[in-house]
Design a protein around this ligand. Structure first.
Ligand code: GLN
Length: 551
């Protein structure tokens, strides 16, 4: 008989006062510190909205949709978790109220509740707890659970209740609660204000939960008397009132939290004192921070996309570029270029300052002509260019129009009656009834062509990368493209579908159907971003040698 797994400990992180306090980063940072002490950790994000997943949400509503290896469309916080922890999350690391209700309603339809009235308590809360405890079979020491939204929201109530029950069932020594709050600074009064924090804690207490730790986001340092006051009014030990000051880079937060003792307090609360005395191994992290903060030079990259006003829409791409730049000892200057605003007249002025151009993923027709112009500019002016997903598809369209002479070439996503459908719907998509969860999703094995640029970048014949798309390059045109220098240098192992196209009459022009940005982490920056940054810098400096060339 298999021995029963040990009981993992839980750390619950919820937020009060307001959203956007950086709960995801604090959670990922705490997880990092625990992991660095040798504990096996994972993090789950609970999202109290009704959508079954964020896949159908507009990026303006929600920011980027992060895709896991196993093909789940999830919250962008999972991207932070993977980048910080260098682990792979799964479809079980994120769930929404919609998903919880879907399961409960399906069970009800199957008659599994045996005639009972199905209710929020206990049925919805039981399903929330079941999903939280799914990882208990996997032998983790600590499972962190981040609850989206803020306490006090109506939609958060079942989650708070589920947590109260979980703590009651497993005991306080197994479930520690952190509340992240804001201590606003009132300029006119010249004072930091603790009242909103007091109210958030009161709300939690009314729901039967006493937070063990308060992480207080603040612009100004919290004085000792202020910490004492917060502690007194909230029933939290003074050492557990943790200051979280604004910092320049999210990658500084783990060290800041370590300095403030967040991980120690949590370990002590969970009865894991001996781990609190272990020295965390943050060597690689500190090396990365050092590279990030002490660049030898800078690199200017344009990110061409249509969601430029909302930078969260390109979170993973931005972070991957930061990783790639730090690896190259360069400071990243990202030029956010709105593809809708690109015209024949302004393109030179918009792009003449940059050394590399990244064409972003996307859906729908808005802003595509600007993307096509930027691709043409990069191709003709020999500027290093990386096209991702829609960026690859628009590159195929640009090439058809401007090199092959197919004037009205397009993707059938944009123009279903184009005479040259160089990008077309994946055949399996024809049967799909629903929009949610039906794209080609998750990791696939891709074979790389020897002697290609992409092969020299990855230095292997076979890679695994993640996907999120419905359209693909139309095989019918492949020969013509290749004859003209746009070669297919990576294909899906199973289906032969085009995964990588590169232009050989150019120093660095790579476009990919997959999303490399989902796999770049602090400990393992992605080779495609490293190479792209490297090529951009080199191109702009007439092949000047870069520092880590031999690393
Ligand atoms: N809209 C394109 C497709 O569905 C590209 C998607 C993307 O860039 N993620 O194929």
């Amino acid at each position: 008989m298999k021995a029963k797994n040990k009981q993992p400990k839980y750390v619950i992180i919820s937020g009060g006062v307001t959203s956007s306090l950086g709960k995801g980063i604090v959670s990922a940072s705490l997880a990092k510190l625990l992991q660095a002490r040798g504990l096996k950790v994972t993090i789950i994000k609970l999202d109290p909205y009704i959508n079954v997943d964020p896949g159908t949400l507009n990026p303006y509503e929600h920011g980027e949709v992060y895709v896991t290896h196993d093909g789940a469309e999830t919250d962008l916080d999972l991207g932070h978790y993977e980048r910080f922890l260098n682990i792979r999350t799964t479809k079980n690391n994120n769930f929404t109220t919609g998903r919880v209700y879907q399961t409960v309603i399906e069970k009800e339809r199957k008659g599994e509740y045996l005639g009972k009235t199905v209710q929020v308590i206990p049925h919805i809360t039981d399903e929330i707890k079941r999903r939280i405890r799914i990882f208990e079979k996997d032998d983790f020491d600590i499972i962190l659970v981040e609850i989206g939204g803020t306490v006090g929201d109506i939609e958060s109530l079942p989650y708070i209740e589920a947590i109260r029950q979980l703590q009651w069932e497993l005991g306080k020594e197994n479930v520690s609660i952190i509340l992240l709050t804001l201590i606003p600074y009132l300029k006119a009064a010249g004072e930091l204000k603790t009242k909103p924090t007091q109210h958030s804690v009161k709300f939690l207490m009314q729901s039967g939960i006493q937070p063990d730790v308060l992480v207080c986001r603040t612009e100004k340092p919290l004085s000792e008397p202020l910490k004492e006051k917060i502690a007194l009014f909230t029933n939290v030990k003074k050492e557990a009132v943790i200051e979280s000051r604004d910092v320049d880079s999210i990658y500084e937060v783990p060290l800041l939290m370590k300095q403030e003792g967040l991980d120690k307090v949590v370990l002590e609360n969970l009865g894991l004192k001996k781990w609190a005395h272990k020295k965390p191994n943050l060597k690689q992290w500190i090396k990365f921070l050092d590279d990030l903060k002490n660049p030898k030079d800078s690199v200017h990259i344009a990110l061409v996309g249509k969601y430029i006003q909302l930078r969260d829409a390109y979170k993973s791409i931005h972070e991957s570029l930061i990783h790639g730049a730090a690896y190259n000892h360069l400071e990243l200057h990202l030029h956010w270029i709105d593809s809708e605003k690109i015209t024949e007249e302004n393109i030179r002025q918009l792009l003449s300052q940059v050394q590399g151009i990244l064409i972003a993923p996307g859906f729908g027709s808005r802003g595509i002509e600007g993307k096509i112009k930027a691709i043409q500019y990069a191709r003709e002016n020999q500027i290093p260019m990386l096209g991702i997903c829609f960026g690859m598809q628009m590159t195929a369209v640009e090439f058809a129009r401007n090199v092959l002479g197919f004037t009205n070439a397009n993707s059938t996503e944009i123009d279903p009656s184009t005479p040259y459908p160089v990008i077309d719907l994946l055949p399996e998509q024809l049967e799909k009834k629903y929009l949610g969860g039906t794209l080609r999703l998750g990791a696939k094995t891709i074979l790389l062509k020897e002697n290609s640029l992409i092969h020299s970048i990855y230095q292997t014949n076979s890679i695994e990368e993640r996907h999120r798309h419905r359209y693909f390059f139309n095989e019918k045109y492949k020969e013509l493209y290749e004859k003209n220098g746009m070669i297919v240098s990576g294909v899906d192992k199973e289906t032969g579908l085009t995964e990588v196209m590169e232009y050989i009459h150019h120093p660095w022009f790579v476009t990919v159907q997959f999303h490399p940005e989902y796999q770049s982490t602090v400990n393992k920056p992605h080779p495609l971003f490293i190479s792209f940054i490297h090529a951009s810098y080199k191109h702009a400096h007439n092949n000047k040698k870069l520092i880590p060339e031999n690393e």
